[in-house]
Design a binder for this molecule. Structure first.
Ligand code: COA
Ligand code: MG
Length: 296
């Protein structure tokens, strides 16, 4: 397996930091990443005890490859600065900043982490869920090009975005398509992951699987999920399919033929295939091998 491949973030599960039953269930779940939520899923009167609960969790962080991050309260709220100061000392992989609006919001959080001597491996994630964040998205995502800025991942937050813009959330997400595609484009330009929003209707798993399939086709890195039942469909949609793997192997095999050794472009099954497709095929096969090794 290639160690240069970024870790998968196919299914990224929100867990309210106050939900003991949900925390207890984590060991049995197959999500790639956990986001413990201190923000909207926690009532004001429980903010402090929720923070204490996470300190306790990270003091005994389970072994394994899974990534654990914490969504803190907004830095302008009454709890955000204390959340960030506390989280910077935990054995977490990073924090998710809610409701950011400008690159400066990320840089300010980054300064706090630097001052707290948080390790370089402690990353910043950000929710893209305000109209201003969407307008400033290219500049926000560009921070991904500066390793000192710690930016690793962006998350679409459609519930807040719908609330603040008046856009109607329909099952086919038709009015949101331009914004969703812009998010993927900017994140790729900045070299960071882009996660699709949560889907609130966690009982309709057929609709959810279809939405995950569309998100994968749109270029998202993975899906944020709110319920254990959503993990499986997200993992399937963001893993290489059997057909895609077969196609990738055919491309690799074709370029390995002696007669193609010095060809930049070949014909395979009636289609033009270039060396960029070879690179893509090799990346897909490496990802499949990585996912297989993570299962063990
Ligand atoms: N993480 C881990 N386990 C979870 C979970 C989650 N996010 N959501 C539910 N579970 C567990 C339940 O504790 C229950 O466990 P059990 O089998 O031991 O009884 C099991 O999965 C089935 O849960 P279910 O009864 O179907 O759902 P619920 O009514 O308990 O919870 C929600 C529904 C929506 C309240 C809950 O899924 C949730 O809080 N999700 C996260 C919400 C969140 O973080 N929002 C903020 C970001 S958008
Ligand atoms: Mg939100």
């Amino acid at each position: 397996m290639s160690h240069s491949l970024p870790r998968p973030r196919r299914s990224v599960l929100f867990v309210p930091a106050t939900n003991e039953k949900a925390i207890a269930k984590l060991a049995s779940l197959a999500c790639d990443t956990v986001i413990f939520d201190l923000e909207d899923a926690v009532l004001p009167k429980h903010k402090a005890s929720a923070r204490d609960r996470l300190a306790q969790f990270f003091a005994a962080r389970p072994a394994g490859a899974r990534e654990y991050v914490v969504r803190i309260n907004g830095l302008k709220s009454a709890w955000g600065v204390d959340d960030l100061a506390a989280a910077s000392g935990w054995n977490a992989d990073g924090v998710v900043l809610p409701k950011i609006e400008t690159p400066r919001d990320l840089l300010e959080a980054n300064d706090v982490l630097d001052e707290a001597d948080a390790p370089d491996t402690f990353k910043l994630w950000a929710m893209i869920e305000t109209p201003r964040a969407l307008v400033n998205l290219a500049a926000i995502a560009e921070l991904g090009r500066d390793p000192a800025a710690r930016l690793s991942c962006l998350i679409a937050g459609l519930n807040d975005l719908a609330k603040d813009t008046g856009v109607k959330l329909t099952p086919d997400r038709r009015y949101l398509q331009p914004w969703l595609m812009q998010m993927v484009l900017c994140a790729r330009a900045g070299g960071v992951d882009m996660l699709d929003s949560v889907s609130n209707d966690f009982r309709d798993l057929d609709a959810f699987a279809a939405e995950c399939g569309e998100a994968a086709a749109m270029g998202f890195s993975g899906k944020t999920v709110i319920h254990p039942a959503q993990i499986g469909p997200a993992n399937v949609a963001f893993s290489p399919s059997v057909a895609a793997l077969a196609e990738a192997r055919a491309v690799v095999d074709a370029f390995a033929l002696p007669e193609n050794a010095s060809s930049g472009v070949i014909s395979l099954g009636g289609k033009m295939v270039e060396r960029l497709h070879l690179a893509e095929a090799e990346r897909l096969l490496a990802r499949a091998a990585q996912l297989e090794s993570l299962r063990h």
